[in-house]
Design a protein around this ligand. Structure first.
Ligand SMILES: [Ca+2]
Length: 131
């Protein structure tokens, strides 16, 4: 025979379990998807997939410039430089204008202290040799 006390004990236990599970479900943080594993949620990642190479490589040439971790919007330095090169290649009418475009864009990175003057020089020297 099951006593009333034991039945009540079981009922309270089941309710406690249900409430506990509900509480635990409420505590689960929203699902974060980070496809390129750069630490930035895909929902706000403007560079998918990111170039996580240790150094910045332009057109197959290693600049030796250390790549950075992704910024707040999910872009590494390699992503930014690649974007600049692609944008300038698409916009420039000739090689001179391409080199000038990269110079202009990397100047912005230099002023923002994202790259040093020496690093800007390395980038310029590589893009000047691109065909
Ligand atoms: Ca990214």
């Amino acid at each position: 025979m099951v006593s009333k006390k034991f039945t009540r004990f079981l009922a309270v236990g089941v309710i406690a379990l249900f409430l506990g599970a509900t509480w635990a479900r409420a505590q689960v943080p929203p699902l974060i998807v980070d496809t390129d594993l750069d630490g930035v949620d895909d929902a706000i990642d403007e560079c998918l997939p990111s170039d996580l190479s240790p150094t910045v490589v332009i057109n197959g040439v290693n600049t030796g410039i250390p790549n950075t971790a992704a910024n707040a919007v999910g872009c590494t330095l390699a992503d930014l430089i690649q974007d600049i090169v692609e944008l300038c290649l698409a916009d420039a009418k000739n090689h001179g204008k391409f080199v000038s475009c990269v110079s202009h864009e990397t100047n912005i990175l230099k002023r923002a202290r994202t790259i040093s003057g020496n690093q800007k020089g390395k980038i310029q020297s590589i893009v000047a040799k691109m065909k």
